[in-house]
Structures are given as structure tokens and as C-alpha cells.
Design a protein around this ligand. Sequence first.
Ligand SMILES: *[C@@H]1O[C@H](CO)[C@@H](O)[C@H](O)[C@H]1NC(C)=O
Ligand SMILES: *[C@@H]1O[C@H](CO)[C@@H](O)[C@H](O)[C@H]1NC(C)=O
Length: 459
Amino acid sequence: MPMFQSHVPRTAPFIILFGVSLSVIISVSYINSVRLGNGLSRVRNVIGTQSFSGRIPPECVDPYKMPGYMYTTEDREETRWIPFYPSFFDLPELPETAYPHPDDMGDILLDNRTVDDAILNTAPVPWFRMLRQYYNYLKRVDEAKESNQPEPELTEFDEYVRDHMSWMQHRRILLMGDSLDRNQLQYLCEDLGLESIEEGGIHLTKQTTAYCHVPHVNITFVQWHIAGMYTFRPEWWWMPMKVVSFEDRYREIFEPVSMPRVIGLSGSGPDLILMQSGLWDQVAFLSGAHYQRMQALPEEDRTKFVIGRPKEPLTIDQLRFVSKRFIKFVEFMKNVFGEDVPMMYRSSTIRKDGKDEDWGILSIDRMLRSLVTTRFDMEVFDWSKLAYGASNEYKDFIHFTKGRMSLLFSDMLLHYLFRASGGVEVEGVVKKWPQERTMDNLKANWDMCHDYLVDTTNR
Ligand SMILES: *[C@@H]1O[C@H](CO)[C@@H](O)[C@H](O)[C@H]1NC(C)=O
Ligand SMILES: *[C@@H]1O[C@H](CO)[C@@H](O)[C@H](O)[C@H]1NC(C)=O
């Protein structure tokens, strides 16, 4: 029975889950490292025969691309995304399903919000929460060493993370986007008991770069604030940012200020990149239009630009503009970091409410989904699908609070790092741990399942 239950706080249910399935995971991972040893490439040749969907081999299914159930309780730490796998539909029938309705049954309420372990255990491994365990373990050991104390007593779970989590060490993750990404970075950092740091050299504003370095593990999360796809800083620019185009921002801010922070073991770039643009593009067009309208009025009638959102899609020319600029942006970054870093497009979330003001961002997001998948073979980090409808997780009209969704964002981010490191998980169970020998072969690891996961779907 559960090995760790006795010394695991109730606030970390996934550990209990891990405890329950630990021996299973270990034996399965041994077996699988043998079985998968000769390659997922073999699996790819037999498309259909092993797959529940008839298209994607189970080893390649992306749990965050599956439709799922957002499991939440009062305790945000229990938040999980539970994909609806075929196993869900194979569960035994509930007595309430009986027809005709038994006289003695009463109403059909089914209002117990607890999720059975059998279902909960199919949720993807909460890798961020694993990182936190690993960090706490390494920190205790390192601190004992520094103060010449004997090595602290290890729990079985400590030994488990020690033996399995080294793939997280010396990693660099880059988020190129807007304040939503910066907020996620800040929350992630705070959830580790650390503080994210904003820097920008002579151009320091909130919208420059920020990072979170996790000592002991030596993993760093970096955010570069992209000011949208505009090519210059017009007179009417409304933000504190002095430098607008990504080319200028790269030259004047990102490269001099934070380049060394994003270079991982490859020596040429990070281990994973998310990129995004949208919110500021739509506002730039609005702001420019406002300025032109005001110029036509006598001075005393002119009003200041108030940030609003377009109530209609961008024009097709505006989308053409953003698309061409985004193409250049991707090419620019590939040029800087090389072709081997897994790059994903982080999809755009919408407003807390006011659906009629989502049109601008929706039109850009839909265009970019098509662009990144058809032109660049990029996968979508489809955060917006998970976050859709989570209105009570917003802290204002557009930003998420530090809460359930932000925790899932962190788990999800590290899910892709796990994959880039060569890890394989199937329905919440690790089938293959990243191997010392291959964990830095980002491209080869990523390509194992990549073709199945480039998905040009709409939102
Ligand atoms: C709700 O479901 C859980 C898990 O299936 C079960 O352990 C618990 O007893 C149920 N609670 C009630 C009030 O029926
Ligand atoms: C920390 O990680 C970076 C990036 O991978 C690496 O260059 C550096 O050597 C690592 N530091 C230590 C102390 O291992």
C-alpha cells in the first residue's frame, strides 16, 4: 500500500499518487526502456495498430492537446487536467444509468465532486510540482554539505526524485511574449519560494526581460517581452517601452542584457522556447487609428488614447502585416538560436468577460495558429484551450492570478521539457525516463513524436 502516505502532507496528493504507483512506474520504466530502446521510430511505422485514435501512437499522445476535465478543489495544489482517454469511457456503468429508472432510486444527482483515483491517475504528471520536490531535496542536501552537517535523512520520495529528476538540471527555458508570460514566470518562481527578477539595462521597464533562476537545480526561466510586430516607435506609442521592433529590442535589450541567461548546455540556445504576439498588435492598430482621428480635430477637442480592445477582427491587411512580421520574427530567432531548439507557439487567452472585445485577439490567434503550423511545423502550446472559461482565475480583465491555472501552466511547460529531454509518459504514467546519454539531444527527442503533434486546428 501507499509507501509515502505517512509522511506526505495532504496538500500534495500527487505524491500519494506517485507513492501508489511508484513500484509500478519503476518496473514499467525498466521494461519500457528496453522495449522502447529500439525506438519510437519503429512505432511510427505502424501507425494505427497501437493507437486508440487510429492516428497517434499512445507514446505520442499529448495530454494537453486532449480534451480534458479541469479538476479543481478548494486547494489549488490539487488542480489537475484529466484528459478523456478511452479508458474513461470503458469505466463500468453507474447504477443510475439503468433504464427503466428503478422505483427505489430517487433522483439522479451524481454530485460527488471527488474524482476516483483510477481516473485521477491518468492526469499528466505534474512536472512543476516534481521540480519543487527535486529543488527542496537538492537544497537540503547542498545546505547540509555547505555547513558540514551530515547528509539529511532521505525519504523514499527524496530518493525517487534524486534518481529520476536530473534531466531538469542545467536547463534554460525562454518565453517570448507579453505580460501574461511574465506573470506566469513570476508565479512559477513564487511557487518555488523564489523571486523573479526584472532587468533591462538602460531600458529597464516592466516590459523588458525577467528571469527566475532556480539554484541547486540550475534551471532558469527567462521572459523576453515582445512589443508586438510593429516596426518602429511611432509618436503615439502609449507604452513605457522605448524600443519597439523585435529586431531593435533584440539588439538593444535581449542580447546585451540577458543572452547569457538563456544559453543552455547546447551552447547555442535554450532547451525550449515559447513565442507569442497578439495583444499589443491589436492595441497598436487601435492606438494609431485614434491618433489619426485626433489629428483631424482642433487641439482642444483631442482626447488621450485609452487602451481598449477592438470589437471586430483585425482587417485582412493588418493580419497580413502581422503574419509577415511574425514570419520574420520566427526566422530571426531561428537564426539566433539555431534549428534544434523546440519552439512552440503559446496560444492567446481571451478577456475575463466582454466576449465582443475578443475579436481582435481571436483573429490574430487563428491566423498565427495556421501560420506556425503550416509554415514552420511548430507545435501549439495550447494554454488558451485549458484556460478557456476559467473566469474566476483572472486578477483583472486579461491577466491570470496566481492560482489553479498558473500552476497548470507551470506543469504544462515542464511537460514539454520532459519530452524534449527524451521522456515518455502515457496516460499519466512515465514509460521512459530521460536517459543520461540522450537527454540533451533536444531535436532528436522532440522529433520522436513531433509529426503527430503539429496540429492546424482552429480554436
Ligand atoms: C465521493 O466519492 C469518493 C471517491 O469515489 C468516495 O470515497 C466518497 O465516499 C464519496 N462521498 C460521498 C459523500 O459519497
Ligand atoms: C548551469 O547551467 C548552465 C546552462 O546549461 C551551464 O552552462 C552551467 O555550467 C551550469 N552550472 C553548473 C554549476 O553546473
